[in-house]
Write a protein of this length. Structure first.
Length: 563
């Protein structure tokens, strides 16, 4: 795979833009572009949905059209208002708005019922008393015609009577369904008398107990598009084989030349993760993760909590583009997008994850200086800040070695390093505990090497970040990594993806020290801990108990591991 920096999206339009512009040039639908995003309110949105959101809302924006938000709430057994609210929050977070066009498939239950009754009256639908399993067995194979149901030739009167009684709750769930009467010999399996209504006696979160029968997705989706005046129904590739059925229903429903057009594109698959809502729900229910917003999850709320920005996700979607070919996208490209974004916007701060005390023996006791340090070299407008410096400081434990190799340019006996924004110091000794672990390093400083001093430009090979021991704040840092260690955890036959869980996906580091400017940091504020990575203030954080999540490391360490 090419490095992310080498990937350049072509200037040419993708095939969906070309199709829309062709329709506009031919004057179809009165020159309108009207799309829709139709999520099921049975789970939280993930990064794959972001691709569809960017397309649906993006095409409407580009061509001066409209995009509806329409919840596909046709299965009350799996739906919850919690999911509705989270979906709306995620779309708005990504930067899109549906204005006053919030709809639900349940808005059309009455019209869908009337359409089903119309199909029955025209001999195009019938009630089947067989189980769903039997009906499935009778479908045949792609090369073998299906078997007709023994109930296929019921009279219109009998079908209407049974359909009404189904909705009155007279029959048990699974005992009867309504099927479209199309063609049991069709080469397209979806055209072989598909089920369009089933009995469900679960109350609906919007319609209560009004309905005992509910439409199937294929029956509700296209008709809802038609009712709303949708011009371009953009779906992922698995719905390509459903398109003839989509068109057949529209043909039975339409009264003029208007018809929505379904166009399919490749879905977003990502390495080192799973994208199935069912499998993600299992991770939540089994306690593998702390919830839908666990920062290791590919959900939009999880990515948000981890510190991803909407701009980075939209940039990632733009980089991978839209095609007709299914592929698995490298998660390193997503990580590149967030690094690129945070490099420009995230203030640089000092955070020491595993503190080692350094005592500067020739620095005046009780003296404190304010070191002026730039907040972001990529953005001068972010200005500068003051960081307190004192006789005792903390550096990273890994930045000191008693017996270093030749190319170790950090702190060691007799060696000099620069403390970023402050002085050059030289190690003169160290203290060990009874276990032989270094607990304290002694140094001297050169007072002329501070910024503006006569030796400010003196060169040394190493520069370390640091915090004042007395002024720094205690913090907990959560080091998140990829949830799975396998590139394609769902791609192994008969192996549960959980077999590939990465045991190092979360490391909680307590006793970290951060500079005092972070005392007022709010949840979701983002920073670059210099030399370490990008971090985000977690929702659990409090002024007296700071918690930071690692968004991403400064470099892609996985690429090196897998070479």
């Amino acid at each position: 795979m090419k490095e992310p920096e080498e990937i350049i999206r072509p200037d040419s339009q993708h095939f969906i833009e070309q199709a829309i512009e062709k329709d506009l040039s031919e004057g179809k639908n009165g020159g309108r572009v009207h799309t829709r995003f139709p999520p099921e309110p049975n789970g939280y949105l993930h990064i794959g949905h972001a691709k569809a959101i960017c397309l649906d809302f993006g095409m409407a924006e580009k061509y001066g059209g409209k995009c509806n938000l329409r919840f596909d709430d046709t299965n009350p057994t799996k739906e919850d208002v919690e999911y509705v609210d989270s979906i709306k929050e995620d779309i708005q977070w990504l930067g899109f708005t549906w204005e006053d066009r919030e709809f639900y498939a349940s808005d059309y239950f009455g019209r869908l019922w009337d359409f089903a009754v119309s199909l029955i009256k025209r001999g195009l639908a019938y009630v089947d008393d067989q189980s769903a399993e039997t009906i499935s067995d009778q479908k045949g194979t792609p090369t073998q015609p299906g078997a007709e149901s023994p109930y296929r030739n019921r009279t219109v009167v009998e079908n209407l009577d049974l359909f009404y009684r189904m909705n009155e709750g007279e029959f048990e769930e699974g005992s009867r369904v309504l099927r479209a009467r199309i063609d049991m010999a069709s080469p397209n399996m979806h055209m072989r008398d598909p089920i369009i209504y089933r009995i469900l006696k679960t109350p609906h979160h919007r319609t209560g107990t009004t309905w005992k029968v509910y439409p199937m997705y294929d029956f509700a989706h296209g008709q809802s598009d038609y009712f709303e005046g949708i011009t371009h129904s953009l779906c992922t590739l698995e719905f390509e084989v459903h398109r003839p059925l989509y068109d057949w229903f529209i043909d039975q429903l339409k009264t003029d030349d208007y018809r929505p057009r379904q166009i399919e594109f490749n879905r977003l698959n990502l390495t080192y993760t799973v994208m199935s809502k069912r499998k993600l729900l299992e991770l939540v229910k089994d306690g593998v993760v702390s919830g839908w917003d666990d920062p290791r999850m590919p959900t939009l709320c999880g990515l948000r909590r981890r510190g991803y920005t909407p701009e980075s996700i939209r940039r990632f979607v733009d980089l991978i583009g839209y095609t007709k070919v299914e592929a698995i996208n490298d998660v390193s490209l997503l990580e590149y997008a967030i690094r690129e974004d945070l490099n420009k916007r995230a203030p640089r701060v000092f955070g020491v994850l595993r503190p080692l005390k350094v005592i500067i023996t020739n620095y005046p006791e009780n003296n404190v200086e304010e070191m002026e340090i730039e907040n972001n070299p990529e953005d001068e407008a972010q200005g500068r800040r003051l960081v307190p410096f004192s006789r005792e400081i903390y550096v990273e434990k890994d930045d000191f070695m008693e017996n270093p190799p030749n190319k170790f340019f950090r702190l060691a006996p007799g060696r000099e390093v620069r403390l970023k924004g402050a002085y050059i110091i030289k190690c003169t000794g160290f203290v060990k505990d009874d276990n032989g672990e270094v607990t304290e390093v002694h140094c001297t400083y050169d007072p002329e090497t501070r910024s503006g001093g006569p030796q400010a430009d003196r060169k040394v090979k190493g520069t370390l970040h640091w915090v004042s021991a007395v002024h720094s704040l205690d913090a907990e840092v959560r080091l998140y990594d990829r949830l799975f260690s396998d590139e394609d955890p769902s791609g192994h036959k008969d192996i549960d993806p959980r077999e590939f869980l990465n045991p190092g996906s979360l490391t909680i580091v307590k006793g970290c020290r951060v500079e005092p400017s972070l005392a007022d940091a709010k949840p979701l504020d983002k920073f670059q801990f210099q030399r370490i990575g990008y971090f985000c203030v977690d929702n659990d954080s409090r002024p007296d108990s700071l918690v930071f999540n690692r968004t991403v490391q400064l470099k892609d360490t996985w690429a090196k591991q897998n070479k």
